[in-house]
Design a protein around this ligand. Structure first.
Ligand SMILES: Cc1ncc(COP(=O)(O)O)c(C=O)c1O
Length: 369
């Protein structure tokens, strides 16, 4: 199967290990096993005695209960557990999209959402988010492009890279647009639970639309990317179709991943509170810097872990990021890897001292260029 290069992942493979200051990361300061045991009161013995068999094939009841607790209307039958959200998205697409189908993908987004459909032989239409709309979709344009013959709309909310959060009322309007063409909506909700203000959890597409499919994972909201554990939530008919495909690539997730994820979900309030404190601190550092740095402009991110920063230098973003890292060790992700040149993605959920220093270094570097 021919498939385009995954530009973001390739950038990480090439640059991350040599970065002195990593502003490209999308996680919030990952937890270690000790942190997880301390905040939950579980003991090492409970881990040591676990038999390493395949475990529950579609995810343990304890885990599914924890996942269901993130939604309004989802129960065990609505859930299947996957290898990260990356595995979840791929399974959804392989299960639903056929050659010749029309797929509408709202970009910028995680590249899976347009490159996998393209590789299957679908006709992929991109709808670009625009800075002047605060990175929210233009519904008239979306409606026009979706028309009445779309098989699936692929989107991501809260959005990576822009940090935009689609208001609940707007999501309902997107569902109305999808209904006109009887299309599925795949909403990658891997940053759901990280709205910076108000209700931390936006409405999930799986809770408001019977053809709405939500994917999520432990990686971002719960700071446990190393578990490689994600899920798909949708109505049981859709889950059955997906499980049919899943038999060929998953069997089950690791039994320890299932266990640690269950423990984390039982303590979700503590983890999310911790992460939102960190994100709000990091965001303030970033916005304060941008206020005094006339060469950049940022639409304030409302959720998630990243901002999409417009810059004024006459340079392609890949060239800028490669030179910047080579000269200073500061790693930032170029917008070109997400189909929008002229922008840079900056993550703000990690080490704040590093973030502050790296932004100052970046400012000095821009003066010279
Ligand atoms: C929007 C989006 N979807 C999916 C993924 C993959 O996440 P996971 O670690 O759960 O596989 C990422 C990772 O950066 C992401 O940003």
């Amino acid at each position: 199967m021919q498939i385009d290069n995954f530009k973001v992942e390739e950038w990480f493979n090439k640059y991350e290990k040599d970065a002195k200051y990593d502003l490209a990361d999308t996680c919030v300061d990952s937890l270690c096993i000790k942190d997880l045991l301390e905040l939950s009161g579980e003991t090492y013995e409970q881990i040591l005695e676990r038999k390493l068999n395949y475990g529950d094939i579609y995810g343990s009841d304890r885990l599914k209960k924890g996942i269901a607790g993130l939604y309004e209307k989802q129960k065990g039958d609505n859930i299947t557990v996957t290898h990260g959200a990356i595995g979840a998205n791929q399974l959804v697409m392989l299960s639903i999209i056929e050659p010749g189908d029309k797929v509408v993908s709202i970009v910028p987004t995680y590249q899976q959402h347009y490159s996998i459909p393209k590789s299957i032989g679908a006709e992929v239409k991109l709808v670009f988010l625009k800075e002047e709309n605060d990175w929210l979709p233009d519904l008239e344009e979306l409606e026009r492009v979706v028309g009445c013959d779309t098989k699936i709309i692929c989107m991501n909310n809260p959005n990576n890279p822009t940090g935009a959060v689609i208001p609940d009322e707007m999501l309902k309007k997107i569902v109305e647009i999808a209904k006109k063409s009887d299309s599925y909506i795949l909403c990658d909700e891997v940053y759901r639970g990280l709205n910076h203000e108000g209700n931390q959890f936006s409405v999930s597409v799986a809770d408001i639309y019977d053809k709405g499919i939500s994917t999520g994972s432990m990686s971002k909201t719960f700071s446990l990317a190393g578990l490689r554990l994600g899920w798909i939530c949708a109505n049981p008919d859709i889950i059955n179709v997906i499980n049919h495909q899943r038999e060929y690539n998953t069997i089950s997730v690791g039994i320890l991943d299932d266990y640690f994820a269950s423990v984390a979900l039982e303590n979700k309030d503590k983890i999310i509170r911790r992460n939102l404190e960190k994100l709000n601190t990091g965001k303030k550092i970033l916005l304060d810097w941008a206020k005094n740095e006339k060469r950049v402009h940022i639409v304030e991110p409302k959720g998630g872990t990243t901002a999409f920063v417009r810059y004024g230098l006459q340079m392609k973003s890949t060239e800028l990021c490669a030179k910047l890292q080579n000269d200073t060790g500061v790693m930032i992700l170029p917008g070109e890897t997400m189909e929008l040149d002229g922008y840079l993605r900056i993550g703000f959920g990690n080490n704040f001292e590093q973030l502050k220093s790296a932004l100052e270094i970046f400012s000095d570097w821009m003066v010279k260029h």
